[in-house]
Design a protein around this ligand. Structure first.
Ligand code: GLN
Length: 312
């Protein structure tokens, strides 16, 4: 459905990159000291198609921590580990309209609202199977490695920084423990959550991860399956409705690309059947989304008609 051939794609990416590179709005996340070290000028846009072509411009090889983008993928592993109904009994799929770190659970069910906010992501991490903590970490890393098509690892300094400053996340975990939404492994599951946030990726990786989802769960570069096809639509559904924090509603309305952002400055977007988008630029807006990333996705959606509810 994309209204352009290969050569124009690269040109359009260059044009959009040039247009937004000079936008100096936003602020690099600094609630974790390690994140504040990012260069606000970094800006990369990558597109990977389901037939394995990659188009990119700017800083697509620069590593950064995946942060909240991990939430969508770990949700996929939880679905594989337990099936939809059990996961639904622990984590809902309603947008909160609130900040990603809000301390709020559904009053009726005591569930966190959705897996894309911290509460839901911690409850989701709690669902990841494994005989002990190392096995659970390794299962997460193996899953991310399949999506990226290379072996990924954790930035230990960011991980340490996350865990020593993560009081709010601990409070959320304890609240959920009180309601039985997370189990006895709570401490371990929190660590797992801090680990998953601290995985190093590049803009290029994000595009490949997105392309893997766009391709029904099979990485188009390696041919390896990263997630069962039947769960991909649930990931994309919750990314579309909840993936951009408290900007998610306007995002679904205006951009219409299932996406997930992280405070490291990354955004992954998925155009089902066609391609994945990876954008990276550290300065964030007030809601915690990359300023240049949001602007880039809006432009891409407009230029190529990518809104998933587009009728022609
Ligand atoms: N590790 C971060 C936190 O829990 C993730 C935040 C994010 O990317 N929104 O605070």
């Amino acid at each position: 459905r994309m209204k352009a051939a290969a050569a124009p794609i690269r040109e359009v990416l260059r044009e959009i990159h040039a247009k937004h590179a000079s936008n100096n709005a936003g602020k690099v996340a600094d609630y974790i000291p390690e994140l504040a070290k990012a260069d606000p000028r970094w800006f990369g846009i990558s597109i990977a198609t389901t037939d394995g072509q990659v188009f990119e411009v700017g800083d697509c090889k620069q590593t950064f921590t995946i942060q909240s983008i991990s939430k969508a993928f770990v949700y996929g592993l939880a679905l594989e580990d337990h099936g939809l109904e059990h996961v639904m009994s622990k984590v809902g799929v309603e947008p909160t309209g609130e900040a990603f770190n809000a301390i709020v659970l559904d009053e009726e069910s005591n569930r966190p609202f959705n897996p894309m906010v911290n509460a839901g992501a911690i409850a989701t991490a709690d669902l990841i199977k494994g005989k002990d903590y190392p096995e659970r970490v390794n299962r997460l890393l193996a899953m991310f490695s399949k999506f990226c098509g290379r072996e990924v690892y954790v930035d230990n300094t960011v991980f340490m920084s996350e865990r020593v400053t993560g009081h709010r996340n601990r409070a959320i975990a304890h609240l959920m423990r009180n309601f039985g939404m997370v189990g006895e492994k709570m401490e371990e599951s929190l660590e797992l959550y801090f680990q998953q946030c601290s995985i190093l990726v590049t803009g290029h990786d994000l595009a490949i991860m997105g392309a893997t989802l766009a391709n029904g769960g099979v990485n188009p570069l390696t041919g390896e399956r990263a997630i069962q096809q039947k769960y991909v639509k649930y990931l994309l559904g919750v990314m579309l409705s909840c993936g951009m924090y408290d900007y998610a509603g306007e995002w679904a309305f205006r951009v219409g690309i299932p996406s997930k952002s992280g405070v490291g400055g990354g955004i992954v977007g998925v155009v089902p059947g066609q391609f994945g988008i990876g954008v990276f630029s550290p300065p964030l807006d007030a809601k915690g989304n990359s300023v240049r990333g949001v602007a880039t996705c809006r432009d891409l959606a407009d230029r190529f008609g990518l809104h998933c509810l587009e009728t022609g």
